[in-house]
Design a protein around this ligand. Structure first.
Ligand code: ATP
Ligand code: MG
Length: 240
């Protein structure tokens, strides 16, 4: 019998409702269920406002569901304190965002090694590890520049190096190519593909089919629910 693969993410009946002033509320995620195994490369698509970022924030332990279950590496996230969640985020998860989120006045090495400050790593080792990570994303020699002195695509590579610095098992990327031209997008997606081949599980939100094409699996969020879960090729066939 084939050995069951390790589940990294399992969500069951996950709901998220935003409660706003004046008693207004908005149900954004409605009973979402799926699981993701270690080593998968998954893209999440859906219309603007369908709840993709809301879902990513919950999966990344930046926010909590209103109800339902979320197990990360077999541990129920709802049972964890905020402090424990911060610890899990720092140790297991790397984040990449659309607007790179770099500190513009700090050097590239400082940006990449920032997560290590919270892990109490000394300055010398932080620098060395930043240099190693920059090499991994093709930016050897750029460690002492400022973000304003490199291109957008390079800035996103720096953000990816920062996401990698704690050797995460999982990377969440919310529209990582949203601010890049198509050639640079392809380069960034090739880098994610490479990292996935090295065993890192990748979950990526995108609006573009070209970008989703790089992932092996597509989860479509429609009206707060899972509208499709399978390969992009299957999806294209079905939606013809
Ligand atoms: N903090 C919040 N408080 C109240 N409503 C929110 C909050 N965050 C998101 N929403 C609402 O939830 C819905 C889903 O938002 P979300 O950002 O998850 O969408 P999205 O699929 O990521 O969209 P986009 O493709 O534009 O990034 C939207 O209607 C949004 O207005
Ligand atoms: Mg979004």
């Amino acid at each position: 019998m084939e050995k069951e693969k390790n589940k990294v993410i399992e969500v069951k009946d996950l709901c998220k409702t935003y409660f706003m002033a004046g008693g207004l509320k908005q149900e954004v995620l409605k009973h979402i269920s799926f699981s993701i195994n270690q080593g998968e490369f998954v893209s999440i698509m859906g219309h603007s406002g369908s709840g993709k970022s809301t879902l990513m924030n919950i999966l990344g332990c930046l926010d909590r569901p209103t109800s339902g279950h979320y197990e990360l590496n077999g541990l129920e996230v709802a049972d964890k304190t905020d402090e424990q969640l911060a610890h899990i985020r720092g140790k297991e998860i790397g984040f990449v965002f659309q607007n790179f989120n770099l500190l513009m006045k700090r050097t590239i090495a400082d940006n990449v090694s920032l997560p290590l400050i919270y892990a109490d790593v000394g300055a010398g080792e932080r620098y060395d590890r930043a240099v190693q990570m920059l090499e991994r994303v093709g930016l050897k020699g750029y460690e002492d520049r400022l973000p304003s002195q490199i291109s957008g695509g390079m800035q996103q590579r720096v953000a990816i190096a920062r996401a990698l610095i704690n050797n995460p098992v999982l990377i969440f990327a919310d529209e990582p190519t949203g601010n890049l031209d198509s050639k640079t997008s392809d380069e960034i997606m090739a880098l994610f593909t490479d990292l996935n081949k090295q065993g890192i599980t990748i979950v990526l939100v995108t609006h573009e089919e070209d970008v989703a094409e790089y992932a092996k699996r597509l989860i479509l969020i429609h009206d707060g629910k899972v509208g499709f879960d399978g390969t992009l090729a299957q999806y294209k066939k079905e939606s013809k």
